[in-house]
Design a protein around this ligand. Structure first.
Ligand code: AMP
Length: 147
């Protein structure tokens, strides 16, 4: 098997995300691979049928969320020595965006946590599950335990 050349770390900035980052970093060093980081801001609902009428898309809130996410991503990237052109801040479905960015940038290994925001009760979180099923490259799901 060839060495990995381009590793993509998917971070949700939830608890335990440092363990996932540390594993991605170790692998990048081991394989002398390029390391990139992606964070996806979940798309906000534009409408809520429960209120009977459309809720206007909140541009201020979106801008604020993106700015906050950008700061956290830049801070982590700086700590890990990841250059700006390998930092991806996207908006949409985490699973779809992780897969899209991986394909467009010829990533050969995605490193993801087994669980994040969507609950340790599940064997695999929904993002991890979706990426494992649909990615065209290798995926490492770092086992995260609830302690
Ligand atoms: P989950 O499926 O939400 O329990 O999360 C499992 C893993 O998917 C996390 O540990 C992250 O590696 C990744 N992940 C989840 N949400 C995001 C997100 N919004 N952006 C980037 N990676 C994510």
């Amino acid at each position: 098997m060839e060495n990995y050349k381009h590793i993509l770390l998917a971070v949700d900035f939830y608890e335990h995300c440092e363990a996932v980052a540390s594993r991605a970093n170790d692998l990048a060093v081991k394989y002398q691979a390029k390391l990139g980081i992606i964070h996806v801001v979940d798309s906000l609902p534009i409408t809520d049928a429960g209120y009977g009428a459309d809720i206007p898309f909140n541009l201020d809130l979106t801008t604020e969320l993106m700015a906050g996410a950008k700061k956290r991503l830049s801070k982590l990237a700086e700590k890990m020595g990841v250059p700006e052109d390998r930092q991806w801040l996207e908006m949409g479905s985490p699973k779809s965006e992780i897969i899209r960015v991986a394909e467009e940038n010829k990533v050969d290994l995605i490193v993801i946590g087994s669980h994040g925001r969507h609950g340790l009760a599940l064997l695999l979180g929904s993002t991890a599950n979706g990426v494992l099923h649909h990615a065209t490259c290798d995926v490492l799901a770092v086992r995260l335990q609830d302690d």
